[in-house]
Design a binder for this molecule. Structure first.
Ligand code: SF4
Ligand code: SF4
Length: 379
């Protein structure tokens, strides 16, 4: 990316917090399609090159072109006099930002993170909980409720995560904000102020826990010791035999939890009239039915719940339900596992994913969630 070519902007002289042996400060965004991680990487790289006096590069790696598929976005910065002669994915980042909490379950998000580096996660949980869950040592851990901020500001999580990244990475806050402004005012001028507020809140509301045993925050310990977690290998070193794709695609083993963008449908059995409109609307075979007898001893096919393993949170079922037996809930950690009704209990038992048929969400739990503002839309 040529620094400043044809664009009149105020350039600040920003020092990189730390660099590797090749002179790069590297970031990796772990996300899913639809959360705006690619745009966030683009904005950050543009801010660095056009407004911080750095040289840099950015690109993203996608799975299938589908909302909810895993996405990685890579940003690399160096001093302006240095050329960027690598276009490889960032394998040993100084900073990782995880845009979706569900990825902690499905991806090795901390892979290759350098000692003294920073892991940021979009979650309501405190940093200590994430540190313990992933077994992280020697790195700073930060958490920010980027989804909560985005919902309140009617934006997306990407600008909240950018605020957290700018603060944890010691990058120029104003340079990033200027780039956000320039990006949105071209196409969506009405979104500029909301996105700037989202950025500021991500910056201010980040909870950052320093790396134990390493003085300072970003990068003071970089270069010492081993990387955090295994560094991915390439080609013949880690390809499955025969090049087989082992991650379940559209089979009964597929887990779509990480495709949800912070909300899931909650089922209220007491309101349901078993009309099956949700079954017709759902693209992913989530609704679990049982054969029963009604009070008049007639055959009764009865909806018993939702298998959240297959639910991508599209909310088509919530929209179509005529009696508001389905409502949209802000997903809390562990809720889906605790309230899932297994579509294939025998499969779940075999794969260790829980073969039980848990009790349905209690009506009072749903009512409390509505009263507490956790339920966003009940139709
Ligand atoms: S659409 Fe609503 S009422 Fe009809 S079966 Fe589904 S949950 Fe029950
Ligand atoms: S939100 Fe509803 S319609 Fe969409 S995948 Fe989940 S259960 Fe199916």
């Amino acid at each position: 990316m040529p620094a400043g070519a044809g664009v009149k902007v105020r350039v600040r002289d920003v020092m990189l917090p730390v660099t590797d042996d090749d002179g790069f400060y590297e970031l990796r965004f772990e996300s899913i399609g639809g959360l705006g991680a690619h745009l966030a990487g683009q904005i950050l790289a543009e801010a660095g090159v056009l407004r911080m006096g750095l040289n840099g590069a950015h690109f993203s790696s996608y799975g299938s072109e589908k909302k909810g598929s895993p996405v990685k976005s890579f940003v690399r910065f160096c001093r302006p006099e240095q050329e960027v002669r690598t276009a490889s994915p960032v394998q040993q980042p100084h900073l990782v930002a995880v845009f979706h909490e569900g990825l902690l379950k499905t991806e090795n998000v901390a892979s290759g993170l350098r000692p003294g580096g920073v892991l940021l996660v979009n979650t309501k949980q405190p940093p200590q909980a994430i540190r313990e869950r992933l077994g992280l040592k020697g790195v700073a851990v930060g958490t920010v409720d980027a989804l909560g901020i985005a919902v309140e500001e009617k934006t997306r999580v990407n600008t909240a995560m950018l605020g957290a990244v700018a603060r944890a990475g010691g990058l120029d806050q104003e340079a990033v904000k200027d780039t956000i402004r320039a990006t949105f005012e071209r196409k969506y001028p009405q979104l500029v102020e909301a996105n700037l507020r989202t950025f500021d809140r991500g910056f201010a509301e980040l909870r950052l826990e320093p790396a134990a045993g390493i003085d300072g925050l970003v990068g003071d310990g970089a270069g010492a010791g081993a990387s955090q977690g295994p560094v991915p290998l390439y080609g013949y070193l880690n390809a499955p035999i025969g090049g087989a794709i082992t991650n379940p695609g559209n089979t009964a083993l597929k887990d779509l939890s990480a495709s949800r963008q912070g909300f899931l449908p909650v089922f209220d059995r007491d309101k349901c009239i078993d009309c099956a409109l949700c079954e017709l609307a759902c693209p992913d075979f989530c609704f679990v039915w049982e054969d029963s007898r009604d009070p008049g001893d007639k055959k009764w096919r009865r909806l018993v719940g939702i298998d959240y393993q297959y639910c991508k949170g599209c909310m088509k079922c919530v929209e179509i339900c005529p009696v508001a037996a389905l409502t949209e809930l802000r997903e809390a950690e562990g809720y889906a596992d605790a309230h899932r009704v297994a579509q294939f209990p025998y499969l779940s038992a075999a794969t260790g994913q829980g073969g039980h048929t848990p009790a349905q969400p209690r009506r009072e739990d749903v009512s409390a969630a509505v009263a507490g503002g956790a339920v966003r839309a009940g139709r």
